[in-house]
Design a protein around this ligand. Structure first.
Ligand code: URA
Length: 284
């Protein structure tokens, strides 16, 4: 989407207007000056009303004069086959033997359209030795600005939720640590959900990420990671029910952004956190 920016006298107001447009999903400048499309439509209607009448259409069966002939149909244009983003992602992920390799591979991956509209690649945060890996949906505005996952309001709630069971992204001790990443590494415009094709493109990176961090437990935070890991949606039905992913336990939970909008669902999330704590404390 593109919205032309009016030149505003006040610099702060101009910046606020630009940020508002980015929040709305505008990711392209179409023109230097605004276009009043209502005025254009009006001018077009006036021109038509004033134009001389066209000659009558030829009778059925008669050939139309050549000037009135539509341009001959162009042969269908096949776009040249481009790189297959899923195959490219798979190859790039397979070449990553360390987390640093993977971070580099993600930074270099240019086939996801989301990257073009993002300010930062948001790779991960926390302790790579953590027993628990949290997989979120994708960066929002704050995460895009800072280049770290879960730093906005939902992220602050996430930190408080896990602190309540003694886990933190800043803990050096793997027993108390979290590792946090997302299904997509770039902010979707207007914070929309990532599309299935974007998720499919990121899947090889998610698979490699989990293999390299090798956590004991994966937490799917919300619908998008649930879909990416299991092919199923419906987080509120799936939450709290242990499954398996990549040969280890997977716990689906409601996304903290959902909890901010629906505080009554926090009770169920608390039960899920306690189940996670019990799982981590159980003798191996
Ligand atoms: N929501 C997510 O799922 N991930 C983030 O990084 C931020 C908000």
């Amino acid at each position: 989407m593109g919205i032309a920016t009016e030149i505003l006298a006040d610099w702060d107001a101009a910046l606020a207007a630009l940020e508002w447009q980015l929040d709305c999903g505008a990711d392209e400048t179409l023109a230097e000056a605004p276009v009043d499309r209502y005025a254009l439509a009006q001018a077009d209607a006036t021109r038509r009303a004033e134009a001389p009448e066209r000659p009558a259409a030829p009778p059925p069966g008669a050939a139309a004069p050549s000037a009135a002939m539509p341009p001959s149909a162009a042969p269908p244009h096949e776009p040249p086959p481009g790189p297959d983003p899923v195959a490219e992602a798979r190859a790039a992920a397979a070449r990553a033997h360390t987390l640093e390799d993977l971070r580099e591979a993600v930074h270099r991956f240019d086939l996801c359209e989301l990257k073009k509209g993002a300010r930062n690649t948001v790779f991960a945060d926390g302790n790579p030795k953590a027993r628990v890996l949290i997989l979120g949906e994708g960066p929002g505005r704050e995460e895009d600005l800072e280049g770290r996952p879960f730093v906005g309001r939902a992220g602050q709630l996430l930190d408080r939720m896990f602190a309540a069971i003694g886990l933190s992204r800043s803990a050096p001790d793997p027993e108390r640590a979290l590792y946090i990443t997302n299904v997509v590494f770039w902010r979707p415009p207007g914070n929309r959900d990532p599309e299935p094709a974007e998720i499919a493109m990121m899947k090889p990176f998610i698979d490699r990420h989990i293999a390299l961090v090798d956590p004991e437990v994966v937490v799917a935070m919300g619908n998008t990671p649930l879909f990416a890991l299991t092919g199923q949606r419906g987080i509120m039905r799936a939450r709290g029910i242990w499954r398996q992913t990549h040969g280890r336990p997977l716990l689906p939970m409601a996304h903290p952004a959902y909890l901010l909008r629906n505080p009554s669902a926090k009770r169920e999330s608390w039960a899920d956190l306690l189940a996670l704590q019990a799982h981590l404390r159980a003798p191996k």
